[in-house]
Design a binder for this molecule. Structure first.
Ligand code: 3HC
Length: 696
């Protein structure tokens, strides 16, 4: 075995050779991989004794793409396009042997080879679009040559990997084997090429049938479904160039790729990719999670049923507990409907339906939770109710059981104090619908044991959710920041905006929903209860909008009552016709003088409130790093992924500008708008939230 580089070796076996990539953890095509591949091809070219070769990877996966960590750093040749070209032009035919995933640059490496074989379970994909990029190592030219323009467009625009069987039917793979050892498959395949038993072909010599109507349809779909994203349009144009001679098409691809590399959306999307992984690193990660198989869920409302569904879909045993037989029946029925929906969405396969339903039992008695490894309470959001349940659980739960609450605001330390085992108590704050939303805030109280925190993260992983560690405060990370920017939105209405304008401006920014639409969806009674909790402590000089209270008093609680800020009787919501009178009254009570506000002013104030509260949440240690806040908003609050999250976005505005804005807003409302000390320091030192992330 000869080393071609730190990550690639070449093994000669008679008249065949094996190129092996070994670059843990995912064999990303970093510099040593590229250098090694180019050298290996040159070595094969120079060896007349070699008639065929195979390329395979060590570890669990084929090449997972370009090395994303190299983006933005000084480039060291050879480039990935040069590497793929070397493979494509190799004198010796090379077969790529794919286990795990061949993604992005990995798929491009495979496509440049002269044949492709998939191992069981292999997947191939071009996920660059998710990172704001396009396949930039010949992928936009070679995918259409192998699978046709329509399939190539679908693969690159969806960003979703396809299974080996599909890849075979589309021509992206030549064979699927049932053998599982990549080296053995590689050796056998290379020998078959040498003996003429496995056909090879040169991808670059294939031609692409022009499909102008398909291209046009793709342009229209993208313009409608993701108008703010830059990468999809570039992908279409690069693939459109694949009907030209390959060198010309590659030139166009390169031009568009370099453009996308410089695009701020690329940096934001790469940040979002790493955010998802960064949050899985937490101070207690070395503790051993407690084994979790049986889950008790207390409360069969929307939240409890959703949590139970999420656990069932992850293959866990669930006991749902409700106070009465009637409520229990309703909860079990909701879970049944959730599971039906999961079957329809392909999240639960037909062969698992029976076992999944059998894993659920119901009880109208808390004692039924005695055998549970983890109990999640999801009852009415009232401290007395929760502490009473935890006090009872203390006498029921088995020793070592994790006792979790799904509270979204309440003081976890107080709940933990209701038991004799506060070390076992944790907050698991799910987001509705709990079996769909990916975020799980893992709230750590003063006495929560490290292995209980680790268990929370292990559960998040098992449920396919993104766990983010949060400290205790009213609302934790997400809802605490939400209350601040919701107040900013309410004050914008006092100052002259309409709820509809605020929602439209915020949607145009890229948020999935505006604050008032969101209020109508969640139910206006939730925010009402939160305001009542603060009545006693609300400062006398706080600017308070009574608009939401007026809606509540009229029984207009949003979608569930047919009316809120909007009227929901028709197919699409329209502004509640009685709102203007209520707004006038609220403005008069607040002694506000309304004026016309631009959408830009609306957006700036809203985002500044979000970022300022984020800075406070950081300084208080509720969130450990800016990236934790970003993940909460990306995965739980519909923050646009292509802007990276509120704290990433804050860096693009700059601390000095944020401080300037806050000082300006404070002229009208000095009580709400104060400069967070962290932001003031950052403005002075010229530092960024990104630097805080790096500091850990
Ligand atoms: N470059 C650098 N690091 C990468 C990477 C990549 N392409 N892909 C994954 N990693 C890192 C992760 O950050 C993580 O690091 P950590 O342990 O320090 O947090 C580690 O590898 C393991 O990754 P996961 O935790 O994601 O492992 P999974 O087993 O859950 O998933 C995977 C594996 C499916 C390969 C997933 O990592 C993935 O989707 N990776 C990204 C694939 C991708 O987007 N490729 C396209 C890159 S762009 C490109 O190729 C441009 C080209 O066209 C020129």
């Amino acid at each position: 075995m000869e080393a071609m580089s730190a990550a690639v070796t070449l093994e000669r076996e008679g008249e065949v050779a094996l190129i092996r990539i070994d670059n843990p953890p995912v064999n990303a095509a970093g510099q040593p991989v590229r250098e090694g591949l180019v050298k290996a091809v040159a070595a094969l070219d120079a060896d007349p004794g070699i008639r065929a070769a195979a390329l395979y990877c060590a570890g669990r996966t084929f090449v997972a793409g370009a090395d994303i960590r190299e983006f933005g750093k000084p480039f060291v040749p050879p480039s990935l396009p040069e590497t793929c070209d070397a493979l494509a032009e190799s004198r010796v035919p090379i077969v790529a042997v794919i286990q795990g995933t061949a993604l992005g640059g990995g798929c491009e490496i495979a496509m440049a080879c002269q044949a492709r074989i998939g191992l069981p379970g292999a997947k191939l994909g071009l996920p660059e679009v998710n990172l704001g990029l396009l396949p930039g190592a010949g992928g936009t030219q070679r995918a259409p040559r192998l699978m046709g323009m329509a399939a190539a467009l679908h693969l690159a625009l969806s960003g979703k990997p396809i299974p080996a069987e599909k890849a075979l039917s589309l021509g992206l793979l030549d064979e699927i084997t049932d053998q599982t050892d990549p080296r053995m498959v590689a050796l056998h395949a290379a020998r078959r090429i040498a003996s003429g038993k496995l056909a090879t072909r040169r991808t670059d010599a294939l031609t692409v049938t022009p499909l102008p109507a398909v291209l046009q349809a793709a342009r229209e779909t993208v313009a409608k479904s993701s108008p703010q994203l830059h990468a999809p349009g570039r992908i279409i144009e690069a693939i459109a160039a694949s009907t030209r001679p390959i060198a010309e098409g590659q030139k166009e691809e390169r031009r568009l790729f370099l453009e996308s590399l410089e695009d701020p959306q690329r940096a934001a999307l790469v940040h979002a990719f790493f955010a998802e992984r960064a949050v899985a690193k937490f101070p207690e990660q070395d503790a051993k999670p407690r084994p979790i198989e049986r889950i008790g869920v207390i409360g069969g409302g929307t939240m409890g049923s959703g949590i139970a569904t999420a656990c069932l879909l992850a293959g866990l045993q669930v006991v749902l507990s409700e106070q009465t037989e009637d409520a229990l029946e309703r909860g079990l029925a909701t879970i049944g409907r959730n599971l039906d929906g999961a079957v329809k969405r392909g999240k639960l396969t037909a062969d698992r339906v029976r076992a999944t339903r059998a894993a659920l039992t119901g009880a109208s008695d808390l004692n039924a939770l005695a055998g549970a490894d983890l109990i999640i309470e999801a009852v009415f959001e009232k401290m007395e109710v929760k502490t009473a349940i935890f006090a009872r659980l203390d006498g029921i739960a088995k020793p070592g059981a994790v006792l979790a609450t799904n509270t979204s605001y309440l003081d976890l330390n107080q709940i933990a104090a209701a038991t004799s085992r506060p070390q076992d108590v944790i907050g698991l704050h799910f987001f509705s619908p709990a079996h769909v939303m990916r975020l799980l805030e893992i709230v750590v109280a003063d006495k929560t044991a490290p292995d209980v925190v680790a268990t929370g993260f292990a559960l998040a992983k098992r449920l396919g959710k993104i766990g983010v560690r949060a400290g205790v405060c009213d609302g934790f990370i997400g809802n605490r920041i939400l209350s601040a920017y919701r107040r900013a939105a309410e004050n914008l209405v006092l100052d002259g905006a309409t709820p509809e304008q605020v929602d439209r401006a915020i949607r145009a920014f890229g948020m999935a929903m505006g604050p008032f639409e969101m209020g109508d969806l969640a139910g206006l009674d939730i925010a009402w209860a939160s305001r009542r909790r603060h009545d006693a402590t609300r400062p006398a000089d706080e600017r308070y909008s009574t608009l939401a209270d007026k809606l509540y008093d009229k029984g207009w609680l949003g979608r569930k009552t047919g009316r809120g800020y909007y009227d929901h009787a028709g197919e699409t919501p329209v502004p509640n016709p009685e709102l203007p009178a209520l707004i006038d009254a609220a403005r008069a009570e607040a002694k506000a003088t309304p004026r016309a506000l631009t959408d830009q002013e609306v957006r700036d104030r809203y985002l500044t409130a979000m970022i300022a509260e984020g800075a406070r949440v950081l300084e208080e240690g509720i969130a450990r790093r800016p990236v934790d806040i970003d993940a909460v908003f990306l995965f739980g609050y519909g923050f646009p992924r292509h802007l990276g999250g509120p704290m990433f976005h804050a860096d693009t505005i700059g601390a000095a500008e944020l401080v300037r804005r806050i000082e300006e807003y404070a002229k009208v409302d000095p009580q709400f708008w104060t400069v967070p000390p962290l932001l003031a320091r950052m403005a002075k030192d010229g530092t960024s939230f990104a630097a805080l992330n790096e500091a850990g």
